[in-house]
Design a protein around this ligand. Structure first.
Ligand code: 26V
Length: 822
């Protein structure tokens, strides 16, 4: 019998076609023959969104029917989501049906997917991790809400002009967003400014209330987050700030129209723009407002949900586990206390137990300059009642410290939430450590260094709070969606269970020794490289050879990540060619990508250096196209999905001890790139998993880096004693890459010779030697592909599903909730 068409939830081709056609007409006012690409994208996405809502609705009903379920609240100032259409088709398992439906309507699904403007609501690793984790929570059937900010402008778009980075506003909402639903009925208000006063309640208890200067309304916008081939669907709830309705009314009535408008602008500014936060934000008032705004909105929303279950306010921790993604939301500790104590009149000690039992904190960096602190004065001005609560938390906490460690004043001043060494600051990491029952690092090495270095005092005080949860990435987006060629090859060989159970990939190991499989694997990689080569041509004009080795470093530009170490290697190879034009050298295409914080001068100069070296090397006839250097502009999730699958060599070359984990390293390896890397972050564990023989290791260890610094590291001495290094640096200083300008790159070379805080000089010769080994290995295609296949086969540990299972067991104490069985 003919299938019955169901335009809202049917998963067959006919239903999808009908749904697309109806959305196109009734939502976009178009029909198939006169549609624009964006209207079509909107119609297809609304069709998918309908189906997600069905699952979301069922999931929420099942959860609200069950009084014993503990929910996870993943609080993050950033969610770097990437495009939504493709992953949702994979999660719903209707990619093939949608492809056919769209084709029968006369279009191509790839073109439609390429129309999506990604929500770039994050800077890099931290924000992308949050996106992978909400994907995995849904796939693991953990009831969870991701809470954050609906920035009107996400991370800036990068264009390259004359080799320099130029930032362009990210107007990601300009063509509409079919994935979100505003929920104005769930709006909440957030207080700012003013003063506090005490009063006696009806039981004669001393209470405090906050008389704010003004209030801002938070409107939640929900995006469904579908699990992979399971019925569970969670959501991401992002807050948009608006003027509180009743507030401007009074000033308007008094005729002060401009003041009312000014207040409206001030309110809406809070969720206007994402800070490109690899730069110091000390004192950025708006950033603190953003943090308090989204934390307060989220906690009020969570309390409303808790009360809907008939929960008592002090039992909040039984309903909710909060994960604080870095210290950006750590004001939650004080805000939850304020809500419990001031608004629900819970006793301080009971409220403190509730708060500590609810919250956990993930640290994402060891760099001391990245530790957040806010001037006390700013806190007092913006959120006076919250500051009073922090003082009270601190007073009680320091009493505890001095009774545990009598007479240790150093410890007292280091652990105090308030930094009183000069101008007073609120230390956000200390607030998080005091008020969270669990604290974790993001890779084994990172957690160890955290315990030895910046959080040492806290380990002595609360050893039981410390955990490691090694990061992971979602194989749905970064393998199944990004690399269909590889996915299909794996499915042909070991079946299709692996995307939801990545340890299954181990079954690929025997295929590493199968010449026919290796050949198919090689040809998949080559096809991916051809696609990227075409895109490189389109975006940069540079023609690259798909059969050359694609040597890739894509990530934020930062001195500790050492993009410039790779540049020194490129120049060394260029010099070898110039000295001996007939030299036998492995053809390589060096591909860089990444954004620099707009105020980070050195990072922007590194981008200019990469482009300048590229201009010379790419156009020198002596090179005979054996080396190409490309800076791929505007590295984002969309571009990343085309770059990882095309990489042969993954550069993970940060100074040991500086990269907390890295997650790009995992995406490369899962897509069959070999890694050249230091013993830093998750590289250590990746190498452990894939095997030492299948990983190109070089460089000082974190301990050696520290030792060298202690013993008076002298970069110039290394330079004096290494001829190749001297020639490389001289070539830069000669103006060869800067049209004779000998000053342009001086800030970089001077820094390397006289300071070199990230020890490029110390690692240079080890890196070059290791790269020579990489080149030797590349010449043996069978061996290279064998190693690459073993990398893919052994990456199971780095699925974000495993990370989420670790959080559930070690930290949240929550179990999967099967909505079919509920
Ligand atoms: C912030 C700042 C601000 C001040 C100037 C220097 C600086 C450097 C880095 C940062 C970012 C810190 C937070 C962060 O994004 N960490 C990243 O988190 C990823 C997910 O856990 C992890 O894989 C990366 O290694 C880590 O850098």
């Amino acid at each position: 019998s003919a299938p019955t068409i169901d335009v809202r939830s049917g998963m067959d081709v006919e239903s999808l076609k009908q749904a697309i056609t109806e959305h196109l007409f009734y939502q976009q006012g178009r029909n198939i023959v006169n549609t624009s690409l964006n209207d079509l994208y909107m119609a297809v996405s609304h069709t998918v969104h309908d189906r997600l809502l069905q699952h979301e609705h069922k999931t929420m009903n099942a959860v609200f029917d069950n009084n014993n379920v503990r929910l996870v609240s993943y609080m993050s100032a950033e969610f770097l989501m990437g495009p939504q259409l493709g992953v949702n088709l994979i999660d719903l398992n209707i990619m093939a049906e949608m492809e056919q439906a769209v084709q029968e309507l006369g279009f191509s699904l790839n073109t439609i997917m390429a129309q999506e403007e990604e929500p770039g609501l994050g800077n890099g690793g931290l924000g992308r991790l949050a996106a992978c984790y909400i994907d995995s929570m849904a796939s693991q059937q953990i009831p969870a809400i991701g809470y954050g900010i609906r920035y009107e402008f996400g991370i800036f778009d990068q264009v390259i002009r004359d080799g320099w980075q130029v930032e362009i506003t990210d107007k990601w909402l300009r063509n509409g967003n079919p994935w979100e639903s505003a929920r104005p009925e769930l709006a909440v208000n957030v207080k700012f400014g003013g003063h506090t006063e005490s009063y006696l309640d009806s039981n004669e208890y001393l209470r405090y209330r906050w008389k704010p200067d003004y209030m801002v309304t938070g409107i939640p916008y929900d995006t469904p987050i579908m699990g992979y081939k399971v019925p569970s669907c969670n959501f991401l709830r992002l807050w948009k700030s608006e003027a509180e309705e009743s507030f401007d009314f009074s000033s308007f009535n008094q005729g002060d129209y401009y003041k009312a408008v000014e207040y409206k602008v001030k309110s809406e500014n809070i969720s206007k723009v994402l800070y490109p936060n690899d730069e110091m934000l000390g004192g950025k008032k708006l950033r603190l407002k953003q943090q308090y705004f989204f934390v307060s909105c989220s906690l009020q929303d969570m309390m409303n949900i808790h009360l809907r279950f008939d929960g008592k306010p002090q039992d909040f921790h039984k309903r909710w586990a909060i994960q604080l993604n870095d210290t950006h939301p750590s004001v939650a500790v004080a805000e939850l206390m304020r809500i419990l104590v001031d608004e629900y009149h819970v006793d301080w000690d009971v409220a403190w137990h509730t708060t500590c039992s609810t919250c956990s904190y993930t640290n994402h960096t060891l760099l001391p300059e990245a530790l957040e602190k806010w001037p006390v004065g700013l806190f007092a001005y913006l959120i006076p009642r919250v500051l009073e609560i922090i003082f009270e938390i601190n007073y009680r906490f320091l009493k505890e410290v001095s009774s545990r460690f009598p007479g240790d004043n150093g410890k007292l001043s280091r652990m105090s939430i308030i930094d009183e060494s000069g101008e007073k600051f609120v230390r956000m990491a200390n607030l998080a450590c005091v008020g969270c029952c669990a604290i974790n690092g993001v890779a084994e090495l990172h957690t160890e260094l955290l315990k030895q270095q910046i959080l040492h005092d806290w380990v002595e005080m609360f050893p039981e709070r410390f955990h490691n949860v090694t990061n992971g990435v979602t194989p749905r987006r970064f393998v199944v969606l990004s690399n269909p060629g590889l996915s299909n090859l794996i499915i042909e060989s070991i079946g299709d269970k692996w995307p939801g159970k990545l340890d299954e990939l181990r079954k690929l190991e025997p295929f590493a020794d199968d010449a026919a499989f290796r050949e198919k694997f090689r040809s998949v990689k080559l096809e991916n490289k051809k696609i990227l080569a075409a895109l490189i041509k389109e975006r940069t004009g540079v023609v690259v050879n798909p059969s050359s080795m694609f040597d890739v470093q894509v990530k934020r530009i930062h001195e500790y990540k050492r993009q410039h170490l790779s540049v020194l290697h490129i120049i060394a190879l260029y010099l070898r060619i110039k000295q001996n034009p007939d030299i036998d050298i492995v053809p390589r295409t060096f591909i860089f990508g990444g954004k620099a914080a707009p105020g980070y001068f050195s990072a922007k100069l590194i981008i200019k250096l990469i482009n300048s070296v590229g201009d010379v090397v790419n156009n020198d006839p002596d090179v005979k196209d054996r080396l190409k250097v490309v800076f791929f502009p505007d590295f984002n999730v969309t571009n990343a999905q085309l770059i990882y699958p095309a990489a042969d060599l993954s550069e993970q070359i940060s100074t040991a001890g500086k990269e907390a984990s890295g997650t790009g390293n995992m995406k490369f390896s899962m897509n069959g790139a070999l890694t050249i890397g230091t013993l830093d972050g998750a590289n250590v564990e990746i190498r452990e998993e894939v095997g030492n023989d299948n990983f190109f290791l070089f460089g000082l260890t974190a301990a050696q880096v520290e030792d060298a610094k202690r013993n008076g590291y002298n970069p110039h001495f290394i330079y004096d004693n290494n001829e190749e290094l001297r020639n490389v640096i001289s070539m830069i200083n000669s103006g060869r890459f800067s049209n004779g300008d000998t000053n342009l790159f001086k800030p970089i070379t001077d820094n390397l010779l006289w300071h070199d805080p990230f020890m490029l000089m110390a690692d240079f010769s080890l890196y070059i030697a290791c790269q020579d080994l990489v080149a030797e290995t590349w010449k043996n295609t069978a061996e290279w592909n064998r190693m690459a296949i073993l990398n893919v086969a052994r990456m199971g540990k780095f699925s974000s599903d495993r990370s989420i299972q670790d959080y559930c067991e070690k930290i949240w104490k929550v179990k999967p909730f099967n909505i079919r069985k509920a």
